[in-house]
Design a protein around this ligand. Structure first.
Ligand SMILES: Cc1cc2nc3c(=O)[nH]c(=O)nc-3n(C[C@H](O)[C@H](O)[C@H](O)COP(=O)(O)O)c2cc1C
Length: 180
């Protein structure tokens, strides 16, 4: 069960990255082989469609990981009521040939003022646009949900694990059914 985790924040002290690392850990514990793409570490060029753009090593890395993935866990920060531009740029390098009929779970890091849901809805719209199977559960992580050592407080951890477990359940079911 190959799952690609995409951490969608380039911010140096990113909460999205902390949560994405935790998601990778939980997925691994549930038996997944996890690959990790961090838009803040694996810096992509700005999508232009120019000839040779696909030869950029980070574009190749992203596309290789996405080709091999049976499912995706996409984590975004909420910036100005939307996903980050860096994450959208990464998704623009992929598109439906990488996502069609593959389960996708989503989570957001918000600022704590009831934000996060806008970014989730925004990502969900894009997943539909690239023909991924957006799964119903989702979670917003606020700064107060994170402990100093990159863990989550109990209530947030329960919601977060629910999202991760749903992704594993659907990925296994689709893989076992061989219908898709
Ligand atoms: C440019 C910018 C815009 C932001 N806009 C929002 C927003 O619309 N809603 C919200 O809840 N938080 C907003 N925040 C707070 C971030 O969601 C919060 O800092 C979160 O931790 C971002 O994830 P990151 O730490 O991975 O970058 C914004 C932060 C920045 C830097």
């Amino acid at each position: 069960m190959q799952i690609l985790v995409i951490s969608g924040s380039a911010r140096v002290e990113s909460n999205t990255r902390k949560v994405a690392n935790l998601g990778s850990k939980y997925l691994t514990e549930l038996g997944a082989d996890v690959t990790f793409f961090d838009v803040g570490h694996d810096i992509l060029p700005l999508y232009s469609g120019a000839e040779g753009e696909e030869l950029h090593p980070n574009v190749q890395k992203l596309r290789d990981y996405a080709s091999q993935a049976e499912a995706f866990f996409i984590l975004t920060p909420e910036y100005h009521s939307a996903m980050s531009g860096a994450l959208k740029n990464a998704l623009d390098f992929l598109g439906s040939s990488y996502f069609r009929q593959k389960p996708v779970s989503i989570a957001a890091a918000g600022g704590g003022g009831k934000g996060g849901i806008n970014a989730l809805n925004n990502v969900r719209t894009v997943i539909r646009g690239i023909l991924g199977l957006g799964l119903p559960q989702q979670v917003v992580i606020d700064p107060a949900d994170l402990t100093g050592n990159g863990q989550l407080i109990e209530a947030a951890d329960k919601r977060f694990r629910g999202v991760v477990e749903e992704l594993v359940t659907f990925t296994k079911a689709i893989s076992a059914s061989k219908v898709l």
